[in-house]
Design a protein around this ligand. Sequence first.
Ligand code: PLP
Length: 406
Amino acid sequence: MLKLDFHPSGRHFLQIPGPSPVPDRILRAMSYPTIDHRGPEFGALGRKVLADIKKIFKTEQPVVIYPASGTGAWEAALSNTLSPGDTVLMFETGHFATLWKKMAENLGLKPEFIGLPGTDGWRQGVKPEMIEARLRADTSHGIKAVCVVHNETSTGVTSDIAAVRRAIDAAGHPALLLVDTISGLGSADYRHDEWGVDVTVSGSQKGLMLPPGISFNAVSPKALEAGRHAKMPRAFWGWQEIIEANKNGYWPYTPNTNLLYGLSEALDMILEEGLDNVFARHQRLAEATRRAVQAWGLEIQCQDPAVYSPVLTGVVMPQGVDADEVRKRIYERFDMSLGQALGKIRGTMFRIGHLGDCNDLTLMATLAGCEMGLQLSGVKLAGSGVVAAMAHLAEAKSTPSLKAAA
Ligand code: PLP
């Protein structure tokens, strides 16, 4: 048996930007016995989660649920809507935008990757005016889809999806809008219908507080129509058969029953707290984190305050400090996992996750671990981030707690 004795006392602090800690209530729900996935109880479970997940995406349209990680749902979005050789316009916001672009290449699409030069784009959100300019120049409408990441998990930068929609409309271009909100859903405000998104891709292991293993495609009528003509080979990912079976709460194959128990519980938790309260809680914790980073005298990876992520904060190390060494020290001394910097910014910063099942004291412990780890690593700090974050949390209005309401 695998020996899990690496955190002998207290809880491990899983402060990476997903997978996020799974609350006990969800763990317990997932421990119910597995049932017949073609029986009546399963149908009721399926119908419930399929209806409730729409409230989180803010859509009246179908949301397809896959027993797969987010990468699978990326592939589903592309393969259901496009044909081999199609040009897709993708925007380089960071590592995950880059991986999605590589996938498009592997699938035989022709991605055009635009963005700011070097690593500059990895500190900014999508520039809708660049998308508009490129689409205006595409008078033959060769570009079939625009693909953007809503919350770039590798950097802690969000993008204004409504503005991307406006850019596409202003150019009078028929391209589909495909959006990855794998790490934004359930933490940052997201509106599939209102923002005119054609396919929204998401996953279970971030704001939804579930283990990895479920992913989603929310699908617009325009995307469904595109799917009828799209020639990309697809079998497992095909929407039509799944949506048909979903009408009665079932899937055309064996779904991951126990993760769906967990999803049902997670949706209850989020809807009980209220989506707006969930978003406000994330904003509040993110602001406290940023105040800590500023008090330390360190830089935040995101350079544009208008698009700071409510999910995670990237903390840039001073020249000559290896962020991975700092993370290692914090892991070994304080039993806390922080996110590493990915791709072309590897080693330059670390990422603090403040998403999902996180409250004021979870965050304070997290920031204390960071502050001690930075000091132990010899990083000269301008002041105490812990004190700055505490001051913010003590002053800033908290969202209504269920205890206060009782
Ligand atoms: N897109 C974003 C923004 C992500 O954060 C991730 C994973 O962290 C992915 C895509 C890939 O999802 P997965 O690792 O679940 O396949």
